[in-house]
Ligand binder design. Sequence first.
Ligand SMILES: Cc1ncc(COP(=O)(O)O)c(C=O)c1O
Length: 362
Amino acid sequence: MTDLKADLNVTQTYLPPLEEYIAYVREIWEEGWVTNNGRLVQQLEDQLKQFLGVPYLQYVSNGTVALQLALNALELKGKVLTTSYSYVATSSIIHWENCQPVFIDIHPETLCIDPNLIEERIDEHTTAILATHVYGYPCDVVAIDRIAKKHNLKVIYDGAHAFGVKLNGTPIYQYGDASTISFHATKVFHTVEGGAVITNDSTVDERIFLSKAFGHRGDEHYRLGINGKNSEFHAAMGLCNLPRVSEAILRRKQLSELYREQLADVPIRTLQPNNTLSYNYAYFPAIFEDYDTMQRVKQGMEAQGIFPRRYFYPALNQLPYHQGEPCPVAEDITQRVLCLPLHSTLKEDEVLFVSSVINQLF
Ligand SMILES: Cc1ncc(COP(=O)(O)O)c(C=O)c1O
């Protein structure tokens, strides 16, 4: 083990060269326009559409509001079938929008919603499926699409983690009726706070455009809205970060491969992209044999200044305000998973250190 003094968090916010950000701030000062669909917001939306290969994208204040706007624009009511394994925002927003979440267990391999379990839970009140591309690994979008078409359901993908991911060369955000992203400071691409809603449908896009700004254009009021806009200062951060994101993903890939190599001999399961997937290496989840091992390793790492995260914990069907049906696979995984430190500014030495601590703890 090296004598490196560690203070390694699961993630670290990438900050671009300060002068670049200040150059944008100077422009904002000169123009005197700081929010309300400003020039930099529009510029970022155009660049994101091009980068992600999608026709319509609305930049919004965060990934939670993105979900809220998507549910609202698709006019969902009744029951929404959703994954039991995701961040709390995925299911809480279903409640928030006065729909009822129905929790479906996950597939043990992909950790995404198990399409084999969806159909048996559909009834006359079901209007949609809201599934998460967990850690940026895609859901079984083909099976979900087939089920949704057969039962006339809308599909929303929570793609908070899936920035830039492609499946067989197709951008993952092209699937479903809408996809949402989070641009929170912890994400592969960030704008400090921020998010986006993507659709292939101009009518849905127009609804989101209106609803994110109170539902009116000038004095004409068209639909119910909220304040989901984002500012020129946030867009400026995105414009600084976007040109660097491909390089950051490459770096994450190298570090993930180093982890995988270094951890090859310990009894933990890691996820690995297959050759149909162009992955973004958003997270490095490690799944331990049982809860006790996970806790022991977590505490051992913390003693060395390494702070992995239990992500996701708990399973969403176990949250006190949800009262979902049991989802044994999600409930099991959530007890024994840790995301290891991974970000584009992490050093090889640090990955070696984290790996050597884990190896020694076994
Ligand atoms: C899967 C998932 N959905 C939604 C969100 C919410 O995004 P935000 O923090 O931008 O509101 C997150 C945030 O981490 C997330 O991980």
